[in-house]
Ligand binder design. Structure first.
Ligand SMILES: CC(C)(COP(=O)(O)OP(=O)(O)OC[C@H]1O[C@@H](n2cnc3c(N)ncnc32)[C@H](O)[C@@H]1OP(=O)(O)O)[C@@H](O)C(=O)NCCC(=O)NCCS
Length: 186
């Protein structure tokens, strides 16, 4: 008898309204100014320019990320991982898939803003070839305090060198990932 295929360690799937309770629990745990449910719903309704994914380990939704497209530029809007699941390559899996989604949608560059004091995220993005290209002064307001955003850009993501970078990051992961196809509107 053939062996049953082993379950993947992580499953990435398109974010849907049914995921939002779990998404918001993480959002509220990791961000001082979390996005609201209606903001996520609005993002999910813009099918033609958005790509949002959630990551599950077993039944547990443990992270999510999303991007929007503007012309040939992909803008990474958010990546977040449940604190109990951090430092296990979850954001790397999400960023790898967001990179594929950006390429599939015709992106040639990718950009994002990140808090100037968020070194964890900046290190993650640097691994994906994002370089600091500017600063938006006082872009975030946290507890009344204005915090700068660093603008980071990955140029020429259609090139062979970028493809090799993504492959090396994928090769560095332990465990398996399955990506579920997008089967239409949420
Ligand atoms: C930033 C964040 C998404 C990283 O998620 P993660 O699943 O832990 O990331 P990974 O395990 O894939 O880490 C990949 C690499 O990023 C860097 N990194 C991630 N977390 C880090 C930390 N706390 N300190 C330093 N570097 C860190 C490291 O280079 C890491 O590789 P390593 O573990 O081999 O050293 C997560 O910390 C998070 O959700 N933070 C709160 C939300 C947030 O700030 N999102 C980004 C907004 S722009």
């Amino acid at each position: 008898m053939p062996e049953a295929a082993a379950e993947p360690d992580v499953v990435l799937s398109p974010m849907r309204a049914t995921h939002l309770d779990a998404v918001l629990r993480i959002e509220e745990a990791v961000y001082p100014t979390p996005w609201s449910r209606s903001l996520f719903e609005s993002e999910l309704s813009k099918l033609s320019t958005r790509a949002y994914y959630v990551a599950h380990e077993g039944q547990r939704l443990c992270g999510y990320g999303g991007l929007l497209m503007a012309g040939d530029e992909a803008h990474v809007a958010t990546v977040a991982v449940d604190p109990a699941f951090q430092r296990r390559g979850m954001a790397t899996r999400l960023m790898l898939h967001l990179s594929v989604a950006a390429l599939e949608r015709g992106a040639s560059t990718a950009t994002l803003e990140v808090r100037a004091d968020n070194t964890a995220a900046q290190r993650l993005y640097a691994r994906f070839g994002y370089m600091p290209v500017g600063v938006r002064r006082g872009y975030y307001v946290v507890d009344g305090e204005r915090i700068d955003a660093v603008i980071m850009t990955a140029a020429d993501i259609r090139g062979a060198a970028y493809r090799e970078r993504l492959q090396a990051l994928a090769d560095g992961l332990t465990g398996t990932t399955r990506v579920e196809p997008d089967i239409g509107p949420p």
